[in-house]
Design a protein around this ligand. Structure first.
Ligand SMILES: NC(=O)c1ccc[n+]([C@@H]2O[C@H](COP(=O)([O-])OP(=O)(O)OC[C@H]3O[C@@H](n4cnc5c(N)ncnc54)[C@H](OP(=O)(O)O)[C@@H]3O)[C@@H](O)[C@H]2O)c1
Length: 328
């Protein structure tokens, strides 16, 4: 089968190579037992793959390996215990191996793809939306009627967070850096959009009538202190990632003033070790898809062999919505 491999750790321009490799074993490499074998139609491109081209991600398989954490496709074989069967359209999180014509995902991470979504949307459904649900509902305890401010709101996690927040009945304020990203954030359902290079903290306080309840932060960097300042009493900042490049440091006296919480939301490892919770999140998101809240926004698309360009787009901060590789 055709697959993209990471062959060295020289970065997205040169680390990827198209190869003809053997079909994967139905045993999933990261979980015990037989997985679901999937004919891949679309593969999602995400920040972890970019980090993997430099050996900077926590998962460091021996070289060469096939990256690609999530796919949309059709089931070719499945264990009897799986909730899907041969021929089903699915969205699946495989962790690794998605940039290929065939991939294997754990059964608890393979979900029927509702008719409302195409394969490319399926390839953007798990990493970002499961992370968004886990971060907002389970870690940040976002409730109906509360207001959430989402940084990096036109990105993969950001657009997912806007939609999941609305599915939870919350009000949304998106922070973005350009007109094009403002358009994407609105398409994702943001009620208000503010600019990262403007007085976003003051605008957020004004829009929310005194301060937001929750900040979801996949960006980090020097805006973190202003995120804390934008909260109302009992507010929560959810730490999701650091696309801004630097890891913020916090003077903890800021947490006393308004009874503030900073919570981490690390979905990946947690999800791999909590299969029942993954099924539960899948069911909650299924409900949000049926209700029309969740519609992954597909941005730029590339054929499989141009995966390098897709990763460079993420690096240049030019990705909007979910970047997808069309595999067949
Ligand atoms: N904790 C978890 O379990 C978990 C799960 C999934 C992903 N993540 C992490 O979440 C982060 C976001 O992932 P994503 O897929 O949403 O990425 P993405 O689609 O590339 O979006 C990231 C956003 O970050 C903003 N940004 C600010 N400074 C940036 C810079 N210097 N370079 C690039 N982007 C910059 C950009 O928005 P503006 O230009 O509008 O500022 C961009 O749209 C990553 O760090 C990823 O590893 C964490």
């Amino acid at each position: 089968m055709k697959a993209i491999q990471i062959v060295d750790l020289s970065g997205p321009e040169s680390a990827l190579s198209l190869a003809d490799v053997a079909e994967p074993d139905p045993a999933h490499p990261l979980t015990p037992g037989e997985g679901v074998t999937i004919e891949v139609h679309a593969a999602g491109v995400s920040f972890p793959e970019l980090l993997q081209t430099r050996g900077q991600y926590q998962l460091k398989p021996p070289l060469p390996f096939i990256p690609g954490s999530e796919v949309g496709g059709i089931v070719r074989s499945a264990p009897a215990t799986a909730g899907v069967k041969v021929g089903d359209r699915v969205a699946a999180f495989c962790g690794l191996g998605g940039f290929a014509e065939t991939a294997v995902a754990p059964e608890f991470f393979t979900f029927p793809l509702p008719a409302a979504l195409d394969f490319a949307q399926g390839a953007g459904l798990i990493l970002n939306y499961h992370t968004a649900y886990f971060a907002l509902a389970m870690r940040g305890r976002l409730k109906e009627g509360e207001t959430v401010l989402v940084h990096g709101a036109a990105g993969g996690v950001g657009t997912a967070a806007l939609q999941v927040a609305r599915g939870l009945g919350a009000k949304t304020i998106a922070v973005v850096s350009s007109d094009e990203k403002e358009r994407i954030a609105k398409q994702a359902g943001a009620e208000h959009v503010v600019r990262s290079d403007g007085p976003w903290k003051d605008e957020a306080k004004e829009i929310s009538g005194g301060g937001v309840d929750v900040v979801l932060d996949p960006v980090g960097g020097d805006r973190f202190t202003d995120s804390l300042r934008s909260l109302r009493e009992n507010g929560r900042v959810i730490v999701v990632g650091f696309t801004g490049g630097s890891i913020p440091e916090v003077k903890v006296n800021r947490l006393l003033l308004n009874n503030t919480e900073i919570v981490g939301a690390g979905w990946g490892h947690w999800a791999m070790t909590h299969p029942d919770a993954c099924r539960e999140i899948g069911a909650m998101l299924h409900g949000m898809i049926e209700a029309g809240f969740v519609r992954p926004i597909v941005g730029q698309r590339f054929p499989l062999e141009r995966a390098s360009e897709a990763l460079q787009l993420l690096e240049r901060r030019e990705a909007v919505g979910k970047v997808v590789l069309d595999v067949r």
